[in-house]
Design a protein around this ligand. Structure first.
Ligand code: NDP
Length: 582
């Protein structure tokens, strides 16, 4: 999930020290990055999301009852969504507003919600301000309970959207789309599923989410562990109990210290007999400034209040003439230098916070992140750092190496065996892949990932030539927003407008023109080459675990405002960018 902070941290931090101080820290960042890269030169291949065979149990849905038998479906709908998370929900709302009645969600889980269906680990919450993150608040006349929403409230909101827009009626749950093939004669998509369904749809929207398929680190002996184990996105409450009291007499281990672990660790530390946190790279942990929504403020909100907040997120930053002149006078190197120094100051603040909170000096040192701000996803939590002051909580700092071996008793590090009852994998997700579990074959039978072999090719990250009437949400070559739902809403508005255009003009198929696709690929490359940031960052999923040269395969870095402007421009000149088949 990629999201947005209210104001970028670092920007406000004042860089007042001699340049030598910042240069020395940058050198230390580079040393730490090299250390990590030397341990794991294989990049993204160090993980597997192919959870089959002995690993298939890590993907089993623990939240739903057994798969209910049903007859295969052989019908036709106008719009079919693959995935039932926010992408599908907010785009469906826009389609309903435009009179589209025949909408089906096909979803692997047993309800809508996507990320918020799967991620029910203790402490799950969103770091983006709830009034911005939760979509369709105006439409549902709902104001979130707190400044930051917790998992159950967000999941319930997803269900409320599905009810309001009557999306349950045609939805098929516990169903995985396995193939999506374009029929050039009928100008329809043929969709097959693991339940034997053979459906047809005029328009297909890949709404499978940005971080949906759990991944595991490839660790020697992982499958030999004899204790209990699960991935954070498949939390086993039958084992832990809802209040985690099932862990009272258990020695628990958790591998990973990303945004998920940061939220899960405080609860685990309070509940487990012993907790071992296996860390490779620490996260940066800032203050989480949360509060209950003031009912008086909520009551006074005028109609359309959230739409106005969203519109602001799409606006170009407003600078005064003086600010513009000051910016123009700076070389691009100087701008980068100033921003980096401010970011280093922000990271030093994160370090100071650790020193203030964590009592054991060795643990405090180990928890300090040594990389540039935003190289990894920043975290916000008030209980994570204090958890390491508990006597039953132990940080196992692998100093960038990570856990490389697991035996039947548990992980081993530097010859020491950690004997565990339960091992939890907080090792994240496959990133921004289109068509997970699903083969997408376009006009000439070419599978989408084969088309992408030499690099991703799209128009706006949404359309890809040769795959008519297919729309991709949350994939690469789209803009990156810390508040993912801002981005999804912009894409959803565009997709609904394209479908409305096709309906209005009696168009059966709409496909991106090759020149337009090429224009967008070059735009993506141009903006990704602007700084050496990806190369200088410590490995993580933001820079393909150090495979920084995959420039065209990432997000569009021209900024959200520019991205939205391109969406508008493309829509204003549909004939220039698309081929239409009547
Ligand atoms: P991440 O991919 O961010 O984290 C995976 C973790 O596993 C990293 O700490 C990684 O270490 C660690 N790891 C991998 N291999 C090993 C190993 N062999 N030994 C030890 N550690 C290892 O996944 P998350 O699920 O934490 O988060 C994914 C994303 O989901 C977040 O970035 C965020 O966008 C979103 N999210 C948002 C939340 C929010 O709003 N607060 C909450 C939760 C998730 P290393 O860092 O060294 O690679």
């Amino acid at each position: 999930m990629a999201e947005s902070i209210e104001k970028p941290i670092g920007v406000t931090a004042k860089a007042t020290r001699p340049q030598e101080f910042y240069d020395n820290i940058k050198r230390k960042f580079a040393e730490e990055r090299d250390l990590r890269l030397n341990y794991r030169p294989e990049g993204t291949a160090q993980y597997t999301s192919d959870l089959t065979g002995a690993l298939s149990r890590y993907e089993v849905d623990p939240y739903s009852s057994a798969v209910a038998p049903r007859e295969p479906i052989n019908d036709t709908v106008e719009v079919l969504f693959i995935g039932g998370g926010f992408s599908a929900l907010l785009t469906s709302a826009r389609l309903r507003e435009r009179g589209v009645e025949s909408i089906r969600i096909v979803e692997r889980g047993s309800d809508v919600g996507g990320t918020w269906y799967w991620n029910r680990y203790p402490g799950a919450a969103c770091d983006v301000v709830a009034y911005d993150y939760l979509p369709l608040l105006d439409e549902l006349d709902y104001v979130p309970k707190d400044h930051y929403a917790r998992g159950p409230e967000i999941f319930a909101h997803c269900q409320a959207i599905a009810k309001k827009y009557n999306l349950y009626e045609l939805a098929t749950f516990q169903t995985t789309v396995t193939s999506t093939e374009w029929d050039p004669v009928e100008r329809m998509w043929n969709i097959a599923t693991d339940r034997g369904d053979r459906m047809k749809a005029r328009f297909v929207i890949c709404a499978n989410g940005t971080l949906s398929k759990p991944k595991l680190a490839k660790i020697k002996g992982l499958e030999t562990f004899k204790g209990h184990s699960f991935h954070t996105s498949r939390w086993d409450y039958a084992y832990t109990k809802a209040d985690l009291s099932g862990l009272e007499d258990k020695v628990v281990g958790i591998i990973g210290t990303g945004a998920t672990a940061v939220q899960a660790v405080p609860g685990l530390g309070a509940a487990a007999k012993e907790l071992y946190v296996f860390q490779r790279t620490p996260s940066s942990i800032d203050v989480r400034d949360d509060w209950p929504t003031d009912p008086n403020w909520a009551r006074r909100l005028p109609q359309g209040w959230q739409a106005r907040r969203r519109a602001r997120a799409r606006m170009e930053p407003q600078l005064t003439e003086e600010q513009k002149a000051r910016q123009a006078a700076l070389s691009s190197e100087e701008k980068v230098r100033r921003q980096e120094n401010a970011n280093i100051e922000a990271m030093m603040k994160i370090h100071r916070r650790i020193d203030q909170i964590v009592k054991d000096k060795t643990t405090a040192e180990a928890l300090k992140p040594w990389y540039m701000l935003l190289c990894k996803r920043p975290c916000f939590h008030n209980d994570y750092l204090p958890t390491f002051n508990r006597h039953n909580v132990h940080l196992v700092d692998t100093k960038g190496k990570g856990i490389t071996e697991i035996t039947e008793k548990g992980p081993v590090f530097e010859g020491k065996q950690y004997e565990l009852d339960v091992l939890i994998y907080a090792t994240g997700f496959e990133v921004q892949k289109t068509g997970i579990y699903n083969q997408i074959k376009g006009e000439d039978g070419l599978e989408l990932n084969d088309k992408y072999k030499e690099g991703i090719r799209t128009l706006l990250g949404i359309h890809t030539q040769g795959y008519p009437n297919l729309f991709i949400m949350g994939g690469y070559q789209a803009s990156f927003q810390f508040n993912l739902t801002d981005m999804l809403q912009a894409q959803g508005d565009h997709i609904a407008a394209c479908i409305e255009y096709a309906r209005r003009h009696d168009i059966k198929a709409i496909d991106a023109k090759p020149d337009s696709e090429e224009w967008w690929v070059q735009e993506v490359i141009k903006h990704r080459g602007k700084t050496t940031r990806n190369q200088e960052c410590t490995p993580g999923y933001y820079n393909f675990e150090g495979e920084f040269q995959r420039r065209q395969d990432g997000n569009y870095n021209g900024g959200f405002f520019q991205y939205c402007r391109h969406l508008t421009d493309v829509h204003a000149r549909m004939e220039d960018h698309f081929v239409f088949i009547k």
